[in-house]
Write a new protein. Structure first.
Length: 742
């Protein structure tokens, strides 16, 4: 989320009473005469509300400018959806609110500051509100102004699907926004999957037919290309799937070279490994069809040596015709050269061709989809089809396809363990936008019997947090609102309720190895060398950051809600950030510019008896684009030039020190055994109001662990392409996280 550099930092809030009022909060308090602003029916006093904002460059700020990406010159984005919560905390004065109680008053302040209205020179804004007597703790909620409600804005600034603040803190809810936001989007998404799977199923069921082979069936019309008689009764309706790597299906002898080519194509297309999933994005399918068509074209344009090869050549012609129903190509050389410029036809063309296609598998495959099954996408252009699922703001590798060997059909897997890893299942519904920049304050109060004016209050964060009498004169004390109280201020700072991930990536070496040797041995028992790839700043491009282990809902204290009574399948999901800094360039030497992703705290209260409270690992997938000009083999599959792939890094907080705790306020989880309910020192990957730094590196063997699909990042069985050392600074810092292994 490259726009994070514009975020400003809210530091403190003050409340100033406008008049003397009458109240009785304890037996030894002095009873004052009621003021004109005091309402005896509500036991409230009309008061001024003053809040102070300091920029990231302000000296004494808890986080540095680099941590917050804020400076004195940055444009303040403003704060909206703001609430002040007034509580009579039973724990007493000087305490934080530590449990989800019902506050005495929730005040909706809407937009308290417009964009650009606050800066280091103009850091105050005065509002008016009614303050209940005996208030001794206050909460503040707010979020940065978002602007337009569009996918583009959500990619840039993050998006919450729910932002609910109420007096009953148990109902406070902040929820990440789903990338498939509406039922209509989900319906279209599933229709594209159904159409593409049906098209592939028909292509792979291509058969020889019953007609005699004529010269007009050849690539060059009028020229007998076969040289051998292929009568109509020679293997009528023979299917492409009957070819294999060892035996000819025509005469039972050793498989011929043209037959082996068709067999290899079929085997690869229908997925070699039983547990393997394939990326079936529009781009991946175009590249797959281009490679398939090129091999088929080489067979249909070859010169056969006998009848079995002649029939294989004819079968290739039938496959070629089938491919042409659904795809176009800019070049199909009649000399058997590679096919280029493959694109989808429009959705309406695909739907029409599918309706009349005779190659749909047998009845065990189920009923062939009809045109009425695709009513939502019939207007999709070839571009729409080719960009699937990116037009739904999802990563290329979020679409997973499998082949049913019994039914002879392809199907997209809605719930899956990608690449057969992980103990649980997830779907495209588990992809979320990054979190929004949220603000949170939880503070005891300063009170004074003196009526102060706006200019009396400290200007900067450092002066606000100072106990010097120049900042807070002796008439101030930490306590609760009484009948004699004239001025009230939140003692502690307001901070971010969300967390921040800073990501960088670099090459550890300039020559990488792929996984070709292992793949060829696995699939064909052939001994080959790994491909070597020299890299420079154009070789790979960072196009996305996917963060695992995110509970999509957080509560009143911005800690995860790990259970949800309204959803029996409540589970963690993924944040997908595709707004990448500096076009995702990875320099040949040195480190990429940092990318910033707003996330939620991932603290989990594992057990009250676990004194160490070991927090979970977090897996990060870096989505990279292969721009090397060559195809290479990753962990399971061929990764085509131009396609996206994924390298995984593990962030493990176990045994680490930290985080650096704030000096002037507490963060949840609160330690109630300490004075003032201080923050517990619980190392975890993401902590609210802190920045976690992950510095990844691509090693010589990282590509061996490249995934074509997005693995289940909640699982400890993912194969890592990245590693990292962990230290605490403002937040966790992971250095030299190696992608893929040594």
């Amino acid at each position: 989320m490259k726009k994070f550099k514009n975020f400003a930092y809210v530091s403190a809030i003050a409340l100033v009473s406008m008049a003397v009022f009458t109240a009785c909060s304890s037996s030894d308090e002095t009873v004052q005469e009621p003021s004109p602003n005091y309402n005896p029916e509500t036991n409230e006093v009309y008061a001024q509300f003053v809040f102070n904002v300091a920029s990231g460059s302000e000296s004494g700020m808890r986080q540095s400018s680099a941590a917050t990406q804020a400076s004195a010159s940055d444009q303040f984005r403003g704060i909206e959806d703001s609430y002040i919560m007034c509580a009579k905390n039973a724990a007493g004065d000087r305490k934080y609110l530590t449990t989800a109680a019902t506050v005495d008053k929730a005040i909706n302040m809407a937009r308290v500051a417009a964009a650009g209205t606050l800066s280091s020179e103009k850091s105050r804004r005065v509002l008016e509100m009614s303050l209940p007597l005996n208030t001794n703790t206050m909460l503040f909620y707010g979020r940065a102004i978002q602007g337009e409600n569009t996918h583009a804005s959500h990619n840039t600034y993050g998006h919450l699907g729910d932002y609910t603040v109420a007096a009953d803190l148990t109902t406070v809810n902040f929820q990440l926004g789903k990338r498939l936001e509406t039922d209509d989007e989900k319906a279209e998404f599933l229709e594209v999957q159904k159409l593409l799977a049906a098209v592939l199923s028909c292509i792979m069921e291509t058969n020889r037919g019953t007609a005699a082979v004529e010269a007009t069936d050849a690539p060059v019309e009028g020229i007998d290309p076969y040289g051998f008689d292929i009568p109509a009764d020679l293997k009528p309706n023979m299917k492409w799937s009957e070819y294999n790597l060892t035996t000819s299906p025509v005469d039972g002898g050793t498989a011929r070279q043209l037959e082996i080519k068709l067999a290899k194509c079929y085997k690869e297309m229908t997925i070699v490994q039983e547990a393997e999933l394939r990326n079936a994005s529009g781009y991946a399918l175009k590249e797959t069809i281009k490679n398939l068509w090129s091999i088929v074209n080489s067979v249909r344009c070859a010169e056969p040596t006998d009848v079995p090869e002649a029939l294989a050549k004819y079968m290739a012609q039938r496959i070629h015709e089938e491919l042409g129903k659904y795809f176009t190509a800019s070049s199909i050389p009649i000399n058997g050269g590679s096919v280029t410029g493959v694109t989808f036809k429009t959705a309406s063309s695909l739907i029409s061709e599918l309706g009349s296609d005779t190659y749909w598998p047998t009845a065990t495959a189920g009923t062939k989809p009809a045109a009425t099954d695709f009513s939502d996408i019939s207007g999709y252009t070839s571009t729409n089809m080719g960009q699937y699922p990116e037009q739904f703001n999802l990563p290329q590798g979020s679409t997973h396809i499998k082949f049913d060997g019994t039914k002879k059909t392809f199907y997209y897997v809605e719930e899956y363990n990608s690449s057969a890893v992980g103990s649980g299942k997830f779907t495209v519904d588990d992809y979320y936008y990054p979190a929004e920049l949220c603000y949170f304050g939880n503070s005891p109060l300063r009170v004074s019997d003196t009526e102060h004016v706006e200019t009396d209050y400290p200007v900067s964060v450092s002066s606000w947090n100072s106990e010097a009498t120049t900042s807070w004169p002796a008439d101030w004390s930490v306590g609760h609102v009484q009948s004699s109280t004239r001025s009230v201020a939140m003692k502690n700072d307001i901070n971010y309720g969300s967390s921040l991930l800073k990501t960088t990536i670099k090459y550890d070496v300039t020559t990488l190895k792929d996984n070709n040797a292992a793949i060829q041995q696995r699939d064909y028992g052939v001994t080959e060398e790994d491909k070597t790839i020299d890299v420079d700043e154009t070789s790979f491009k960072l196009v996305g950051v996917i963060v695992g282990d995110q509970w999509p809902k957080v509560g009143w204290n911005f800690l995860p809600k790990t259970t949800d009574p309204g959803n029996t399948e409540y589970r963690k999901g993924y944040i997908y950030d595709c707004a990448i800094t500096n076009y995702g360039i990875i320099p040949a030497t040195g480190t990429s510019q940092p990318n910033y992703t707003v996330v939620f705290d991932n603290y989990v209260d594992l057990t009250s008896t676990d004194t160490q409270n070991k927090q979970p690992k977090v897996y990060i997938a870096l989505e990279l684009q292969n721009n090397t000009g060559v195809d290479f083999f990753g962990k399971d599959n061929l990764i085509a030039n131009g396609s996206n792939f994924y390298l995984i890094g593990e962030l493990d907080p176990t045994g680490k020190y930290g985080p650096v705790l704030p000096t002037y306020h507490a963060l949840p989880p609160y330690d109630k055994t300490q004075y003032g309910d201080a923050t517990k020192t619980v190392p975890r990957v993401f902590i609210q109001d802190h920045m976690t730094t992950a510095n990844f590196k691509i090693g010589v063997n990282s590509l061996k662990y490249a995934y074509l699909t997005v693995p289940d990042l909640r699982s400890s069985s993912v194969t890592l392409g990245l590693s990292v050392d962990l230290e605490w600074s403002a937040g966790l810092e992971f250095n030299n996280v190696l992608l893929g292994g040594e």
